[in-house]
Ligand binder design. Structure first.
Ligand SMILES: Nc1nc2c(ncn2[C@@H]2O[C@H](COP(=O)(O)OP(=O)(O)OP(=O)(O)O)[C@@H](O)[C@H]2O)c(=O)[nH]1
Ligand SMILES: [Mg+2]
Ligand SMILES: [Zn+2]
Length: 360
């Protein structure tokens, strides 16, 4: 198996050098069950376990691998398994803040290129929730794509899409019916071999059904939603990365039970997702730096140092462009409003001058 087919990029070549010297091999985490990790390496599938230091009590120093991670493994041929020695620096990190005693980051997936945020057109239509999903994805460095699924059950899917588009600035929005394959051809732009796409969304929206439909086979378990409230039954219980015949890597995820735990992005919205870039941009030499090839660009320096990813900047710029367009649209309305106000003000001023000629 070719590592590129599993999502390996040039950046990992660099990062892997020191581990190569130690005789380790690269592998990708495709599934995790408690302390057992299913991995794919160039040699094929292998199970991996963590060395003791990952399990040290209270040690947050050793972050645990998650599905999608690239890890450096030491293969133990006699035992037919591998020891996971290191986690490679993540290209993107899909994480939410779990609000406990102290807010802790919970990483849900790594090295994801695109996230399909799946909503169902019949019952699961919640734009606030969508905003939180979007903030999480922008923050991860991956590209969000919103899928309105089950349009066969909606009376007016176009109205729903229009409502989504108002919230999902900068993201593609597609209306589909995964169960009968409707609209799936519109997703082809994203389905490139070696690309990793995660499906997220509430239980029962049809994430596994979608992956099965793209696969062309019923590989993943799905289940009817409850009749009483149209909610899902939490059928998928593990985050799992599967490779479709087309070569694209799809990550199925369990529907999130509670969104109340989401802190990140709740109030701050989009700008929070790009705080890092905005902070860096403050240090660019030129105030109107486009972070392309300008001298003294702090953003480019950070990218070169590997502190932020190129993809993250691209997403930021994409969103910025759309925000400018949105603002321009609003500006038109605002300009008209201003004009009206000025007219009224002018009338008032003229009247004042008439009443009090000394006022210039
Ligand atoms: N009518 C209709 N039903 C659909 C569509 N897509 C999925 N479903 C149904 O919705 C139910 C839930 O689908 P799943 O794929 O199991 O949902 P899921 O998002 O994977 O849910 P969890 O694994 O619990 O997070 C199943 O009965 C599917 O057949 C669709 O486009 N139209
Ligand atoms: Mg599922
Ligand atoms: Zn710059």
């Amino acid at each position: 198996m070719n590592l590129k087919d599993l999502g390996w990029t040039e950046r990992f070549d660099q990062d892997f050098l020191p581990f190569k010297e130690k005789g380790f091999e690269p592998a990708r985490v495709v599934r995790q069950e408690r302390d057992l990790f299913q991995l794919l390496s160039a040699e094929g599938p292998v199970s991996g376990v963590l060395p003791g230091r990952f399990r040290e009590v209270g040690s947050s120093k050793f972050e645990r691998p998650v599905t999608g991670d690239w890890v450096a493994i030491r293969v133990l041929p006699e035992e037919g398994r591998a020891i996971i020695e290191e986690i490679l620096r993540r290209r993107t990190e899909l994480a939410r803040q779990s609000a406990g005693e102290k807010t802790e980051k919970q990483v849900m997936g790594a090295n994801v290129d695109v996230v399909f945020i799946v909503m169902a057109a019949d019952h699961d239509f919640n734009l606030n929730r969508l905003e939180r999903y979007l903030a999480m994805v922008w923050e991860s460095g991956a590209e969000p794509v919103v899928l309105l699924n089950k349009i066969d059950l909606a009376e007016d899917p176009e109205a729903l899409v229009a409502a989504i588009e108002e919230v999902a600035i900068g993201a593609d929005v597609h209306a589909i019916a995964a169960l009968d394959g409707e609209g799936l051809e519109t997703l082809s732009r994203h389905l490139e071999p070696g690309k990793t796409i995660a499906c997220v969304g509430m239980s029962g929206v049809g994430k596994s059904t979608l992956i099965n439909a793209l696969w062309g086979e019923e590989k993943l378990a799905t289940a009817e939603v409850r009749e009483s409230d149209r909610r899902g039954k939490h059928t998928t219980t593990q985050r799992e990365l599967v490779q479709l015949p087309s070569g694209v890597l799809m990550m199925d995820t369990p529907g999130i039970r509670e969104l109340g735990a989401w802190v990140s992005g709740e109030e701050e919205g989009m700008s929070h997702a790009f705080e890092d870039i905005e902070e860096l941009a403050g240090n660019c030499k030129f105030r109107d730096c486009a972070h392309e090839s300008e001298p003294g660009c702090a953003v480019r320096t950070a990218i070169e140092a590997g502190d932020i990813s190129e993809a993250h900047l691209k997403n930021y710029q994409k969103l910025e462009r759309e925000a400018v367009m949105q603002a321009a649209k609003q500006d038109k309305a605002l300009a008209a409003e201003q004009k009206r106000k000025w007219k009224a003000f002018g009338k008032m001023a003229r009247q004042n001058t008439k009443n009090n000629p000394k006022v210039p």
